[in-house]
Design a protein around this ligand. Structure first.
Ligand SMILES: C[S@@+](CC[C@H](N)C(=O)[O-])C[C@H]1O[C@@H](n2cnc3c(N)ncnc32)[C@H](O)[C@@H]1O
Length: 236
């Protein structure tokens, strides 16, 4: 069964299978001109909203967490053409794809897990799209703390991700598993290749408790973009 692999080296995830279905439905609708709405419609919009959340000022030193094949970083560089980006991901194949389409003089790629120490900053902007939901709750909270440490005072974290009730998401996963999906440990960095979303309001509350000023700038179904600005005087 064809699937979108978050990590090319691992099995398809629930999100990957949903996306595959969306693409198949879109292909089959082309003949009739019909357009079926889908949860996956929001993906492109979410990337645009994430980039829009960086437009109000100039950013120069950027970290892209879970850079994947570079989709987010490519769009960020259009808006911030003088920036340098450090991209971190555990997937060798995704990093190879990112390296093939991002300017090497502006982008440094680091193969590491999201539980590892972040590449040395500081950064004025940290972005992450559709990666952090793979971490379990304590690991997400820990990563948010490391992001805060890596940002300069007044720096910004923009998170675009799946954020919903994990129990509802588990039902989706179970139904997909019944149709052939398997969530198994990833082979690349030993991290579990699982979708483990937490609620939007919980993630906003964790960030606020760390001293970030937060704004939900975009939301659609299970997807949301959160802007988290670090206090100018450091964590307040
Ligand atoms: C859905 S892709 C998103 C890629 C990119 N940010 C984008 O929006 O196109 C998720 C990425 O997160 C990476 N990832 C997931 N869990 C990870 C972990 N624990 N450590 C490092 N990378 C991880 C995967 O390898 C994958 O490249």
């Amino acid at each position: 069964m064809p699937g979108w692999h978050d990590q090319d080296d691992g099995p398809p995830t629930a999100l990957g299978l949903l996306r595959s279905r969306f693409l198949a439905a879109r292909r089959s609708d082309r003949g009739t001109g019909a357009r079926r709405p889908s949860a996956m419609d929001g993906y492109g919009e979410m990337h645009l909203a994430l980039v829009d959340a960086t437009r109000d000022r100039s950013f120069r030193h950027i970290l892209d967490i879970g850079i994947g094949t570079g989709t987010t970083s490519r769009k960020i560089l259009v808006v911030h053409p003088n920036a340098t980006i450090v991209g971190v991901d555990s997937s060798r194949l995704n990093l190879e794809a990112a390296a093939a389409c991002l300017p090497p003089e502006q982008v440094r790629l680091v193969r590491a897990g999201l539980k590892d120490p972040l590449p040395q900053g500081p950064y004025d902007l940290v972005v992450s799209a559709l990666a952090i939901h793979h971490l379990e709750t304590p690991a997400k909270m820990s990563l948010f703390g490391r992001i805060s440490d890596a940002l300069i005072p007044g720096g910004r974290f923009v998170l675009g991700d799946v954020m919903r009730d994990p129990r509802r998401f588990e039902r989706v996963r179970r139904s997909l598993r019944g149709r052939g999906n398997r969530d198994e440990p990833g082979v690349d960095a030993g991290h579990p290749l699982k979708d483990q979303p937490d609620l939007l309001e919980d993630q906003v509350a964790w960030l606020a408790s760390m001293g970030f000023r937060t704004t939900v700038s975009w939301q659609r179904d299970a997807l949301a973009v959160v802007i988290a600005d670090k206090a100018v005087g450091g964590v307040g």
